[in-house]
Structures are given as C-alpha cells and as structure tokens.
Design a protein around this ligand. Sequence first.
Ligand SMILES: Cc1cc2nc3c(=O)[nH]c(=O)nc-3n(C[C@H](O)[C@H](O)[C@H](O)COP(=O)(O)OP(=O)(O)OC[C@H]3O[C@@H](n4cnc5c(N)ncnc54)[C@H](O)[C@@H]3O)c2cc1C
Length: 509
Amino acid sequence: MIPPSLRAAGMPFQRLFGVWFLFSLTMGTLPVPTSALADSQRALELPVDHGKAPLPVANWTKSFWINSPGANPLAGEGSQGPLTEDADVCIIGSGLTGVSAAYHLGKQLEGRERAAPLKVVILDARDFCAGATGRNGGHLSPVAFASFNLALQRFGTDEVLRWLALERHTVTEVVKIIEEHGLQEAVDLTNGGRIELLITPEELTAAKADYKAAEAAGADLDDVKWLNEGETFGSSHPGYLHTGYNLWPLKFVTELYKLAAASPALNLTLHTRTPVTAVTPSNGSSTRPWTLNTPRGSVSCTRIIHATNAHVSHLLPHMSGPAGVIPVRAQVMALRAAAPLDSISRHAWTGNEGFEYWFPRPLEEGQEHPLVIIGGGREATLPKYELYVADDSAINPKAGAALRKFLPTLFPGKYEEGREPEMEWTGIMGYTASSDPFVGPVVDPSSSTNKYEGHFVSAGYSGHGMPRAFACAEALAQMVAAGIMGKSWSPPEWLPRHYLTNRVGLVQH
Ligand SMILES: Cc1cc2nc3c(=O)[nH]c(=O)nc-3n(C[C@H](O)[C@H](O)[C@H](O)COP(=O)(O)OP(=O)(O)OC[C@H]3O[C@@H](n4cnc5c(N)ncnc54)[C@H](O)[C@@H]3O)c2cc1C
C-alpha cells in the first residue's frame, strides 16, 4: 500500500542496489530494499503490452478475512438457481466499490417518486467480496500529506486539496455508518491512528517538505503529530501519527450490502460465482441495450457499473497497460507478535515509503499476544515488483521471506525471528500510472463513437482503495441516478476532477 499520486523520477537499478547495500551496512539488515519506490514507478510506466487482464482465478489463496469461520455469510449467495434475467443497473464486482455503488444508488433514489424500486443486480466471478477487499491490509486511513509536493506539481492546489478531502469524506462517512448502526464490534473498527515510519533520512526530509507544502496550501493538519526515534514503540526511526482506522473489510462490506438490500428504493439481488465473460449489445432492445454473458446464462441491462478493479480490462480491453489499470499482486500475512498489545501499540503502521503496512488485531479471549496483519514485501521482488501478476492462487516466496523478517528487524524483541505466519495470502491490486482511479462513464479514447453508452467505471485505486472506493462509488451512483432521473450531474466539491474519465481540458492521468 503506497500513498496515492506518488510519482517520482526513475532510479537506475545500480543506484537502487547501492542505496539498499549502504542502508544495510549502516542500519542493520532490513530485509527489503529502501528507496525502491521510484524504480517501481518507472517499471509501472514502461510501455509494455501484456494484453487485457484475465478473469479472477478460481483457486485463490485463503485470507484471514475470508476464511475465518463465519466471516463470509454471503459467500455463495445467488450462485445456484435461476439467474436474474434483467436489471436497470448491473454491477460487476462485489468488492467495496460494487457494494458501495449499490448502497449509494439506494441513498440517491430514496424518497424520489418512482413507479417501482430500481432493479439492481450484483454479479461476482468468485465468492462475495473475495477480491482485493477481502484480502487487503485492513487499513482505513486518509492520507495526511504524504506525496503532497509531487501531487501539487502534477495536479495543482485545488486538486490536491480535493484529494485529501475525498479521503477524509470517505473515512468520516464509513465510520458514521458503522457508528450509526452500532456495527463497531461487528466489523472490528479500531480508531488507533496511523504511524508513518520514516526509515531513511531521505524519507524524513521528503515528509518534512510535504508537510510544509500542505501547510502552505491550507490543508488541515491538526491531527498530525511528529514522533522522534524514541517515540515509535521501540523502532529506531522517526515518523508521524495521524488519523487512521483499521477494520475487517469483508465484514464492513457485508453490512453495507445488507443496508443496500434493505433500501426501499432498490430491488437488489446478488449472484456470486458468476463470472461475466463478455458484455455485448442486446439485439434490438432499446430499454435493455446491453447483455452480460455468463456461464449460467445472460442478464439484460440498461446501465452497467464496472467495479472489477484489477480485472477491469478483461471486459474493457482499452483499459489495459500503463494508460489503464495494471494488475499488481500484493502479499499479506497474519503473524503472531511476541509481546503484549500495549507494547506493540494499537496503531496502524506503514513504513518504507508505504511498501509495508501492518496493524495488530484486537485481542481475542485468551490471547496475550496480538495477531498482526502485515502486508508488503513487493519491493523485494524487483525488478518486476509483481506488476502484471493477476494470479492470487500463489504467493511469492521472495516477498514472503522479506515479510517474515521485517517486523523482527524493526522491533527487536517484540517479534520472534523465524516465526511462521498463521496465514499468508495474496490479492490483486489495480494500479494506474498516476496512482489515481478512473471514475465515470466508460470512454474509449481510440473510438470516435461512444461505444460504451450506459457503462460506468470506478477502478485503479493503486493499493489505496479503502479511503477512496466508497466515495468514488458515491460519485458514480450520483451520475447514474441523475441519468435515471433525467437530471444533470455536477461533481461534488471533494471529487478530484482528474479522476473523471470524461474530464475535458483537465490534466490527464
Ligand atoms: C493484498 C492487498 C492489500 C491491500 N491493503 C490495503 C489497505 O490496507 N488499505 C487500503 O486502502 N487499500 C488496500 N488495498 C487496496 C484495496 O483493497 C482495493 O483498492 C479495494 O479493495 C478495491 O475494491 P474494489 O471493490 O474496487 O475491488 P475488489 O475488491 O477487487 O472487487 C472487484 C471484484 O470484481 C470481481 N470481478 C472481476 N472481474 C469480474 C468479472 N469479469 N465478472 C464478475 N466479477 C468480476 C472480483 O472477483 C472481485 O470480487 C490492498 C489490496 C490488496 C490486494
């Protein structure tokens, strides 16, 4: 998980290895290269043609979130029996984006005079929410100011402030829903704040400069507290603390689905284990102009929301490669700490330019030492960084080896060297060259005709979707609802205009 809008000039491999080697000599044996972000970004932007993304694989690695007993009651919902024949809105993907889109459609249309509830169907290739959302690091943290300067250069002050506003809007709204419905325990919400550990002197210098620029631009930095080496719970690095939550993402999405299904404005159904293999024009139907093709039959749709993130280019091939959304495999493990929760701290953490991220789970009865969910290790797989890897049925041993050593090295004595994780899994993120998602009507720039009329997309959160997908789906639902009601749509103030697929005269991705 790397902060969004992070872009940097490429760094040659020789230099990268030099930095890693020097760092190892001076700081001990951190098992991952430092200062790898620029190089991974360069690799991401290489104009290579890997073609469209495949469908999600069927035999995915088991994740703590999905495979803990009772965690996924909707796993196989709608996978048997008759398939819904048609719908006003067909949503492809049951992760945070797809389910948020359904939730927001309900909110948008509630109280509006309509003859019948909006017929909405969600289809997913796998079990409910078994993509990135069911396999991620569990952090729900808005960016405080990281990468502010880079984003400022690229998008300008208004856009960078909107980016921060969108993330705060998401987190505020998600927490509000959880609190209003008394779901804190159901989704394991923890308001521990997040510590960004600044491991190299260069990271510290860049963070100070970003803070200054954010302050000058008028960003709200009241929640930021700088920490020196002695204040980071036993690590020998400085950092800063800011707003941050962690939760059980699948359980939150399950609750959100239940809220959407209860909306009087919607008639909502879900079909899991139903991959959409193609979208084709319907023969002669003006009310349901699109057909979703699945191995179980077809669904006729008026409008389509593509919430397929890393796999978006499977159905929208023009969205493949560096100009679109690149599948990138990420690895996570659940590792038991060797010290009590209070000495580990309840915070969520990131380190090493955001490549590693971790937090301790709440203690369960009888447990003394917390289970820590830690993700990252991708920079140890250089030069490929797991780019264009869309297969989460396997783990990468290099990333795994790095992750096993990371916390014992950073926090001597608090984690046991050589301890095996209780679970280890992978998931597929959707990266864009700008680190920002595509939100809005589907537009194929190579085509002069609008061949995707009625299709919408929100995808490409670049490993940082928890504080963005909910709000991006809200913007999408607003657009779709406006179309249904025959009204025009204007973007909410918090939506960065450069996220929009149909932006005109704005900075390109
Ligand atoms: C290992 C990992 C760790 C991460 N950690 C964090 C973190 O801690 N914090 C954070 O902010 N972000 C994190 N992210 C990113 C975050 O999880 C994603 O940005 C977010 O979950 C995206 O949600 P989504 O609904 O768009 O995509 P997904 O959750 O991937 O949902 C897409 C769904 O579409 C389905 N699908 C795809 N193609 C088809 C098709 N053709 N037909 C039918 N269904 C289809 C998939 O099966 C999947 O269920 C992480 C991601 C990964 C993989």
